[in-house]
Each structure stands twice: as C-alpha cells, then as structure tokens.
Design a binder for this molecule. Sequence first.
Ligand code: FES
Ligand SMILES: [Fe+2]
Length: 410
Amino acid sequence: MDVARRLDIEARLNAEMARHRPGYALSSAFYTDPDIYELELERIVYRNWILAGHVSEFQRAGDFKTLPVARESALIVRGEDGELRGFANVCRHRGSRVCLESAGSTRRFVCPYHGWSYDLRGRLTAAREMPSEFELRDHALSTLPVDVVHGLVFVAFSTSPPPLASARRELEQPMRWFGFESLKLAESRAYSIPANWKLAVENYQECYHCATAHPEYASRHTLMLGGSKRDRVQRDMLDKLKSAGLEPLTVDRIDTRAPHGETGYGYSRTALFDGYLTGSRDGQPLAPLLGELREFDGGASDFSFGGFNFLLAYSDHVVAYVFTPVEHDACSLTVYWYVRDDAEEGRDYDPTELTWLWHNTTLEDLKIIESNWQGVRSRHYRPGPLSKMETAQRNYLDWLLTQLAEPVRA
Ligand code: FES
Ligand SMILES: [Fe+2]
C-alpha cells in the first residue's frame, strides 16, 4: 500500500474514531469499510493469539493442524523432539499453501504444486532441478509463535503477540479444576457467518439478546437474569461450589482489558437454573466429571483469552468458541467440544447430545448476527446506546479501538 493511500485510510479511520461515542455501538464504516478492515488485520487480527486447539490433538510427532485466519494460514505440528511449532502455510518456492488438509499426521509436508518437501521443523529437505547455487537451508518455512496455556494451543501471525504469561498464572487454578490439561476433543464444527467479524464477537460478549434470541439457552443459564432472581440461584450454586471442589473465584481481566501490554483474560462462574447440572437438553450429565471436580455444582464458567477466544466450562465438558475473520464481510466461528480424555464416545458421551445446546444456540446466533449485518449497512443506521447488560461488549469495543489506534511498528 503506498504512503498516500495509507494516510488517506488513516485519516478516515481517525475521523470515525473521533466521532465514536463511548457506550454506543460502532458506526457503519467500522464494519463495512474494506480499508479499515485492512488496518484491522495488521493491528488486531494478526497481532493477537488465536486458539488453534488442544494439545490432545497433537499427541504424536507429525500430528498437525492448519488454521485459516483471514488471508493467512497457520500450520501447527508436533516435532520429533516433542515440541509444538507453528509455520506460515506458504511454500518458499512460489507461495502455494503447503498443506491443504485441516488436520492429520505426517512425516513431512510436500507442497502440492511442485513437490518441495519440508520436515517437521519446517526445513526444506528436497527441491528438484534447482540451480547449483540454490541452498535448501535458505528456504525454510517462516515460523509463527505458538504458546500452550494449560493444554490450550495458541498461535499468532506476528512475531511478538502480547504475552500470555499473566493469563497462564492467574487462570492456573480454575483451569486445573476443570482439568484443561487432560481434555480431549469430542467434536468441532465450523460455522460460516456472512457478516463482519466484529459483529460476531460483539454478539458473544453480551447476553442482553439471550432472553429474546435463545429460548433453550435462556431456560438453562441465568446470565441473562437481572436482580434478585439471579442472586438467589447464584447463591445456591455458590453453596454447592465447595463440595464440588471449587472456590468462588472471579478473575476480572475479562473483556480483553489486559494487564499492561499482555493478552487479557478472564474467569467467572455463573449458576444454571435449578434442575440443570450441565448445559444439556434434560439437565442431566453429558459426560464424566472434569478434572478435580467431586460433584456437579450446577454452574458454568466463562474463560476468555484476548479478543478472539472464549470458553465455557460446565462440570462435565468444555465448549470453546473461536472467531476469525475471512474477509471484511465474512467470518468464521469454530466451536470445539471437549470432554475428559478418558471418556469414550458411545459409553460416556453421545456427541449429538453433547453438541445439542451450543449447536442450536449458535444457529440462532448466526441469524441475529446476519440481521445485524444487514442493518448496519443501511443508510438509516445510527449507532445506539448500549444497555447495562452490554458492559463486556463496551469494554471489548474500547479494546478494539485502542488496538486500532496503535500502528504496527515496522
Ligand atoms: S509453490 Fe510449492 S513447490 Fe512450487
Ligand atoms: Fe447468542
């Protein structure tokens, strides 16, 4: 992008930011302007960690996954030395994707275009008919940072994403309660959303819409309740926490407000309604108790890591939500369902029941996000004020705008 064009885009962005009223929704341009989206990719999307999965998906040397994010693709693989490594999935010959599969196990990656071959450390090991001065060692795959937080595998597309150190330390205890290190993937589904990615994340941030959009969710979770009714169910759950092996705990770096320069994170536990032990159709357990839990306490815990990765831990399973842009007008949500690593499909859990609540809730979300997308493109759209139940979304918008205002240093 030439300098004049960049300055023009930045001027437009600055004007939109100056017009933004704190506590209000964003203006249309933030969602619809493809140039602002280009800046977002650099300043927000590629700069932050994206959850790529769980260590159990990379048990043996050669186990790999690819993760598409906007125009990038990460290749994450376990090496023969046991290390997890990340690479840009871009061939050093003429730029083809090296790996076209979403997951698998291999001893090497052979580019499908002209057959250049890379080992599990990303080193180029074979390239046919190259000139005599050609050096294999000069053409290794570009590396990407990978970090593991109590079993969760994160990848980023820039060299120095904000550290996860505080998240790792502060969330160590709740992640131990739910046995995050010893989960296994039971199911994952990718949902295409024809909307700007921020609308999808914003929708996840607030439960103001739950009562109107999610009848099944709303009859199980108390998050959308206000006042004394919520206090009562929350108190009942807190009584049960201790016998389940949990402590009342809220780690409030939630909503992506990071300790200085680090990735933000959060944890809190909220009661389910009476009669619901977990997020199931009939309220009954879906899988064996997780981690250190001794019994079902009737709660669900929200975890967050930065602005793209959100998890919900019931007593017997964990659901992860990862939002990634595709283009300025399209994004993707991947939902992962995890159970205890020794749980056996068929015997200990039924994938249809396990995924029932959040598959259906996600389909409902897709509809409202798409309608929101249609509305924000209207010439009659004016950003409206946020409610008291949209505080997390408000914080999220503050984070977005702070990130957007910060140019990437070359
Ligand atoms: S682009 Fe990969 S071998 Fe040519
Ligand atoms: Fe929703």
